[in-house]
Design a protein around this ligand. Structure first.
Ligand SMILES: [Zn+2]
Ligand SMILES: [Zn+2]
Length: 261
């Protein structure tokens, strides 16, 4: 990886651009040498299998795992018309659902996310998209378009690319879904959320996005991001996007992080 932190932003962006065109010789998940079969995706077969999938029972709305008690609780609520769990109770109504493919754990899942976000390895998006397509196909099939969660201008300049946009393109290509890059803009930079508690994340993302461009009348769309934690970013993005007249807005992420307490 580059020691890019010491470079000027423009030089760093260029260096990342050049690196993005190359294929990694070592697996982006475990750094073992890659065989020719695995090279096009930058991930070895072992890493592909090692990522922990998010399996049922999960909340029908937010995709968060439920224990047995909450399954019964949710069923009762769903019959009463609520259809959410405690995790997504605070979500805005504009965000109808969210699904994720794997857990953001130490190992290949986290390494892939970091390789794409900070290392400039766009090829990481290809293996992430393969996992997303395999795990979330039924949701993806019902969609008219994907909308990546946008980065602010400063972050975009620093990083050279928006990881959500690269991932959305890879998923769109894999599943034949349109990707709308201009429908949502970030109008306010948000602080890095890593150290914020759930309440802080909701405050941090409020009003951070605005809709732009043509209307999406009657379209079923999904926001795309690399990771979801509390859903605060996705909720704020969905509220802005709803202004374009969508029929429904969901969210698809590669990974799901445990919510910090
Ligand atoms: Zn590996
Ligand atoms: Zn839920």
């Amino acid at each position: 990886m580059l020691s890019a932190s010491s470079m000027l932003p423009a030089a760093r962006a260029l260096a990342l651009e050049i690196q993005a065109l190359a294929l990694p010789q070592a697996c982006l998940g475990c750094e073992q040498e890659l065989g020719a079969v695995d090279e096009p995706e930058g991930l070895c077969a072992l890493c592909r299998h090692r990522m922990r999938r998010i399996g049922p029972p999960v909340c029908r709305r937010c995709g968060q795992p439920l224990d047995r008690w909450s399954v019964q609780w949710q069923t009762a609520k769903a019959e009463a018309g609520a259809g959410h769990c405690e995790f997504c109770a605070a979500w805005p109504r504009e965000l109808a659902w969210a699904v994720s493919a794997v857990w953001l754990e130490e190992g290949p899942a986290r390494n892939l996310v970091f390789a794409l976000k900070y290392g400039g390895w766009r090829i990481a998006a290809r293996s992430m998209a393969t996992v997303v397509a395999a795990e979330l196909a039924p949701r993806l099939r019902a969609l008219d378009a994907l909308v990546p969660v946008p980065l602010g201008r400063t972050r975009l300049r620093e990083r050279g690319h928006n990881q959500a946009a690269v991932l959305a393109d890879a998923v769109g290509r894999a599943e034949g879904i349109r990707v709308l890059h201009g429908s949502l803009v970030r109008v306010r930079e948000t602080r890095t959320q890593t150290r914020l508690d759930p309440a802080g994340r909701w405050d941090n993302t409020r009003g951070a996005f605005a809709a732009s461009g043509e209307t999406l009348g009657g379209m079923h769309v999904a926001l795309v991001d690399d990771v979801v934690t509390t859903g605060a970013t996705l909720g704020a993005a969905a509220q802005a996007l709803a202004g374009l007249g969508t029929a429904s807005i969901g969210a698809v992420t590669f990974a799901r992080a445990l919510v910090p307490s």
